[in-house]
Ligand binder design. Structure first.
Ligand SMILES: NC(=O)c1ccc[n+]([C@@H]2O[C@H](COP(=O)([O-])OP(=O)(O)OC[C@H]3O[C@@H](n4cnc5c(N)ncnc54)[C@H](O)[C@@H]3O)[C@@H](O)[C@H]2O)c1
Length: 317
């Protein structure tokens, strides 16, 4: 089954996730959708110092939004902040140094953040594909800690902050790679089978889709979406998938093309005309399962994921 899913997914990717896929999809875009100015609105972009996150932050800054960059590394974050200010002329760019694989640090960050700032849009962009099984200081598998638990804790902690504002949104940058995985809550720390970083990443990205659907049901005052950016040429892809990066070459999208749907979901009035909780690709909601792939999960299994994450999140509070 995994072989079928992977082959069907890769064929789809070659048609849709590449630069030519973007160029073809973009013929249906409404250009005015991103002709907006957003002074007075604030946007938090995780991993905003690199790749898709930086491209997103630059475009928001150009439209007058206040941007909060949440990054791990002070030097790289300061470099990106300077670049965003130079490119946009907008000085309302704030830096917050947080390791998103450290749930305790995330709770502490939000406690401080909400004393000083408001937030209209959260963009869960940071993500990683670590190809060897590595544990954080808390003993959590690194991909899970960053891509799933970190996203859960940050979003949960910020929901009360977002609920205070008009037109608040949460966008989670998932991946089309999740299409090859069925939700599995039995091995969240990847202890039970041979470790495959690509599949662990894809499982985490599936978990993000399930979380987005859950949040949309639970918090109707906020508009939640998740999305696939396509295959974009970013430092992350170069580092984690060197073979894929080399073989795809200039068929990869630019980081800006990868960021297009993130921006559309964060900025366009048309985005919130769509129901909350959907998965997007190139400004359109798309199915979260491949045909015949048998990746659907039961409500009980999805509930179990939320229960486990909530229990873990509270443990680190
Ligand atoms: N580029 C693609 O083709 C592609 C495809 C599908 C999904 N994505 C997703 O897009 C998002 C952005 O990725 P990218 O391709 O721009 O890669 P990138 O590596 O250039 O950017 C990822 C960012 O996340 C940050 N990050 C990672 N772990 C972190 C941690 N523990 N704490 C704080 N920050 C952390 C990195 O420092 C970096 O700033 C990711 O969620 C990725 O999974 C990318």
């Amino acid at each position: 089954m995994l072989l079928y899913r992977s082959a069907a997914w890769f064929a789809k990717g070659l048609r849709e996730y590449t630069k030519s896929g973007y160029e073809s999809a973009s013929k249906d875009f409404v250009p005015d959708d991103l002709e907006v100015q957003v002074p007075g609105r604030s946007f938090l972009v995780t991993g905003g110092n690199s790749g898709i996150g930086k491209a997103t932050a630059i475009e928001i800054a150009k439209r007058g939004g206040t941007v909060h960059l949440v990054c791990r590394d002070q030097n790289r974050a300061e470099g990106a902040r300077g670049e965003i200010i130079r490119e946009s002329g907008n000085r309302n760019i704030f830096l917050h140094i947080v390791d998103l694989s450290d749930p305790k640090a995330i709770w502490e960050f939000v406690e401080n953040f909400k004393q000083e700032h408001t937030l209209h849009v959260l963009i869960n962009n940071a993500g990683c594909m670590v190809n060897k099984r590595e544990l954080t200081e808390d003993g959590l598998e690194k991909n899970f800690a960053t891509n799933t638990l970190g996203v859960y804790v940050l979003t949960t902690a910020l929901i009360p902050v977002l609920e205070k504002e008009h037109d608040s949104r949460v966008i989670t940058v998932s991946s089309g790679g999740m299409l090859v995985q069925k939700l599995n809550t039995n091995d969240l720390q990847s202890e039970r089978t041979a470790f495959n970083g690509t599949m662990v990443y894809a499982q985490n990205k599936r978990q993000q889709v399930v979380l987005t659907e859950h949040w949309a049901r639970a918090h109707p005052a906020i508009h939640f979406s998740c999305m696939h950016p396509g295959w974009a040429d970013t430092p992350g892809v170069r580092l984690s998938m060197p073979g894929f990066h080399a073989s795809m070459g200039d068929r990869l999208r630019s980081a800006a093309q990868g960021a297009d749907t993130v921006l559309w979901l964060a900025l366009a009035p048309a985005a919130t005309a769509q129901p909350s909780g959907l998965f997007f690709q190139d400004r359109k909601p798309v199915p979260t399962h491949l045909p015949l792939a048998r990746t659907s999960s039961s409500p009980a299994e999805e509930e179990k994921l939320i229960e486990i994450l909530e229990e873990m999140a509270q443990r680190f509070k």
